[in-house]
Design a protein around this ligand. Structure first.
Ligand SMILES: Nc1ncnc2c1ncn2[C@@H]1O[C@H](COP(=O)(O)OP(=O)(O)OP(=O)(O)O)[C@@H](O)[C@H]1O
Ligand SMILES: [Mg+2]
Length: 381
């Protein structure tokens, strides 16, 4: 990474850290929001009441220096509440325009709480605003500066009318209530929040910074992960999880954004984890997709676990070797197993450049070589 790009990536990471800071267990939500910003896409947080969806959007508004518009939708919300009232003076002159100051058509980042409560008129406007950044208002076609729309909802929409808007949220995150083992932290976080001990955040990035970041993600090398991504699409489809073509076309830039956020110029298999925000449609899909990804992706954690298992076996074997006599036939079996473990580790080294994995793999290789030498000696090789 060039220093300039590295600086941008560090800023993106800082925004992520700051966004999640006051919340317990909301890392995924923060990542989904960051990915949406980096890719100039939209994100929806789905979850039961009180899971910090609105609080996260409020915090984001503090952290970015941009024009924000926030609104809580009900089924009675009128277009004028979002898009501004009709300009009556202009109407007298025969022009149909709205006074949009401070409203959605002038906002760069928009938060719509309970977004699927929108009525047809609002939904229709949102379709083109989200897709083309164009607002068709009566007779005119107006470009809008919208960068990302963040939606919140208590439920996945079932109504076909809502489907098209739902599909325009490339990122979807299911904000679950925290599990019991985190309730104690939640109490502490709540105490700090309620006592006013959490300072309002100061802006750490501007929208210009985000636009620069967006440019930078397209210089990430995504070629290493393309074949695997295609395979994952096929596996997901087989398990009944269908991605629309829109979502498929946009997946690579999400992968690039994840690599960028991690400070890398080259995508790796683990960046395909972004599919967990892109692939699910229904609530049940979130778990299904996670299972597929944890089975299919070479995540550093998995390698570390595998290497630790191998190390334990080697230590065990080393103890036996010491007490075995020369030419013990079991030594030959051990020799073979160690050779197999060695080639597995060499494969792991080729598959990832994660530093922790590389270190553990090299240490393990050293122990294997020492043991192989000992066995060879006992076998008189
Ligand atoms: N994981 C959490 N960590 C810290 N605070 C939390 C967490 N979850 C909820 N809270 C606190 O609970 C309060 C309610 O959250 P918020 O209003 O954002 O919920 P919501 O998901 O928007 O709910 P609704 O769907 O009803 O709008 C906030 O003050 C928030 O700070
Ligand atoms: Mg809310």
């Amino acid at each position: 990474m060039s220093p300039a790009v590295g600086g941008l990536a560090a800023k993106a990471k800082m925004l992520y850290e700051k966004l999640k800071e006051p919340f317990v267990g909301r890392e995924e939500e923060a990542r989904a929001i960051l990915l949406a910003l980096l890719t100039r896409e939209h994100v929806v947080l789905i979850g039961e009441p009180g899971t910090a969806k609105s609080a996260m959007a409020r915090r984001l508004a503090e952290l970015i220096n941009a024009r924000f518009f926030k609104y809580l939708l009900t089924k009675y919300t009128e277009p004028s509440e979002l898009f501004g009232p009709l300009d009556l003076r202009a109407l007298k002159e025969g022009r149909y325009t709205r006074i949009t100051r401070g409203k959605l058509p002038e906002a760069e980042i928009v938060f719509l709480d309970e977004v699927f409560n929108a009525n047809s008129a609002i939904l229709n406007a949102l379709l083109s605003i989200m897709q083309e950044r164009v607002w068709y208002d009566g007779y005119s076609e107006i470009r809008v500066p919208l960068w990302s729309l963040i939606g919140a909802t208590n439920r996945v929409p079932e109504d076909p009318e809502l489907e098209a808007v739902y599909d325009r949220f490339l990122f979807r995150q299911y904000a679950r209530p925290l599990p019991e083992n985190r309730w104690s932290e939640l109490l502490d976080a709540g105490w700090r929040l309620e006592a006013g001990l959490v300072e309002p955040a100061k802006p750490v990035v501007t929208l210009d910074d985000i636009a620069e970041m967006n440019k930078a993600i397209f210089s990430v090398d995504i070629s290493p992960v393309k074949p695997k991504l295609l395979r994952l699409f096929a596996i997901l489809e087989e398990r009944g999880i269908h991605l629309t073509d829109r979502r498929k076309t946009k997946t690579l830039k999400a992968v690039a954004a994840n690599a960028f956020l991690e400070g890398r110029q080259r995508a790796e298999e683990r960046d395909l984890i972004v599919l967990k925000y892109i692939a699910p449609r229904d609530i049940a899909d979130f778990d299904k997709v996670s299972i597929v990804l944890s089975e299919e992706l070479k995540m550093p954690e998995r390698f570390i676990k595998e290497l630790e298992d191998i190390r334990r076996n080697i230590q065990e074997a080393a103890r036996h070797v010491d007490s075995m006599r020369s030419y013990d036939p079991r030594l030959i079996d051990m020799f073979r197993s160690l050779k197999i473990a060695k080639s597995r580790i060499l494969n792991i080294l080729r598959e990832t450049d994660d530093e922790r994995v590389q270190y553990l793999a090299k240490e393990t290789l050293k122990s294997i070589d020492e043991l192989l030498e000992k066995i060879s000696y006992k076998l008189g090789m």
